[in-house]
Design a protein around this ligand. Structure first.
Ligand SMILES: CCCCC/C=C/C(=O)SCCNC(=O)CCNC(=O)[C@H](O)C(C)(C)COP(=O)(O)OP(=O)(O)OC[C@H]1O[C@@H](n2cnc3c(N)ncnc32)[C@H](O)[C@@H]1OP(=O)(O)O
Ligand code: NDP
Length: 265
């Protein structure tokens, strides 16, 4: 029987692309949703070339109507949505006292509101259809440790963690699982640029802070993400799995410091 589709927000780049590929390998048609047509087209070409069924949906997760249209398109093409991965994010390093209202709103809007928009849109359809479903929210360990230099992202990811647990409690009776995954530091293009670790020398310093002494690959994080969101672990809900080489136990690096060039040995 054909599996329902998996929607992956931000599925055209970085971790989202790796998750889309791994879900495709596991037999799910994937719907990749993000703002930029060029990200989606490039990813769709790659995934299609690997034999994966792909639909692209240009969609700003901050806009409810665009989210609804993306879920409509997914159902029209694949019949049913089975999985949702809320992976889209925006982030940049900024001193809290200098963060503008629009800067706060941009990051909160993408991370917290975007996750809510997609979760509610698919959740209410699953409930009305009497269908089970599974949602995975990509967060970061600083949702519970806090971190300097990214107060907007920390606050939004903490909100997503609280949302994850609350929806798991509310929707478990409908057969809907809701979980979160907190990856360690990955070298993806926009994250490395926006957060100040594009330089390999900075990456090497960061890797020294990780108990396993290396940064994470998108592939290894994607593998765990797919284990969690698919039906491999059907009794897990409301949880957050960490895949960070042990970094959070050491304390999340102060992002202000390495942008300012102060990250020591
Ligand atoms: C150490 C690693 C672990 C970290 C864990 C988490 C990592 C991640 O989340 S990585 C994700 C990285 N990927 C991205 O950020 C990609 C998407 N990002 C963006 O599109 C932009 O960076 C965005 C978040 C700013 C959103 O873009 P957009 O909606 O187009 O917003 P604007 O460009 O109009 O800017 C809105 C507002 O924000 C201010 N702003 C933007 N960048 C900065 C900055 N670097 N520093 C300070 N302020 C910034 C911008 O100035 C606008 O405010 P106003 O000037 O007041 O209008
Ligand atoms: N990189 C890292 O070290 C870490 C990352 N994470 C998390 O992992 C996830 C993936 O990050 P990563 O792959 O590194 O970064 P990317 O920048 O590659 O991914 C972010 C994705 O979000 C999409 N996006 C941004 N804004 C919007 C929007 N308004 N609407 C729809 N899509 C949007 C972007 O696509 P487009 O530009 O086309 O809109 C992009 O594909 C994020 O949730 C991030 O917070 C967590 C811990 C560490």
């Amino acid at each position: 029987m054909e599996k329902g589709a998996a929607i992956v927000t931000g599925g055209g780049t970085g971790l989202g692309l790796a998750i889309s590929r791994e879900l495709g390998r596991r037999g799910y048609p994937v719907v990749i949703a993000s703002r930029k047509q060029e990200h989606l087209d490039a990813a769709a070409r790659t995934l299609t070339g690997e034999g994966i069924q792909v639909l692209t949906a240009v969609c700003d997760v901050r806009d409810r109507e665009q989210v609804k249209a993306a879920v409509d398109a997914a159902e029209n093409r694949f019949g049913r949505v089975a999985l949702l991965v809320n992976n889209a994010a925006g982030n940049f390093v900024v001193k809290a006292e200098e963060l503008s209202p629009k800067g706060w709103e941009a990051v909160r809007g993408i991370v917290l509101d975007g996750t809510w928009h997609f979760s509610q849109e698919v959740g209410k359809r699953w409930i009305a259809q009497g269908q089970p479903g599974s949602i995975l929210n990509i967060i970061a360990t600083y949702a519970w440790t806090g971190a300097a230099g990214v107060v907007h992202s920390v606050s939004a990811k903490a909100g997503v963690l609280a949302m994850t647990r609350s929806l798991a409690m509310e929707w478990g009776k409908f057969g809907i699982r809701v979980n979160a995954l907190a990856p360690g530091i990955m070298v993806t293009e926009d994250a490395a640029k926006n957060l100040g670790y594009a330089d390999p020398a900075v990456q090497a310093l960061l890797a020294k802070k990780v108990p396993l002494r290396r940064l994470a690959s998108t592939e290894e994080v994607a593998f765990l993400a797919c284990d969690l969101v698919t039906d491999r672990h059907p009794y897990v809900t409301g949880d957050c799995w960490t895949v960070d080489g042990g970094l959070w136990l050491e304390g999340f690096p102060n992002l202000r410091r390495f942008v300012d060039g102060e990250l020591g040995e």
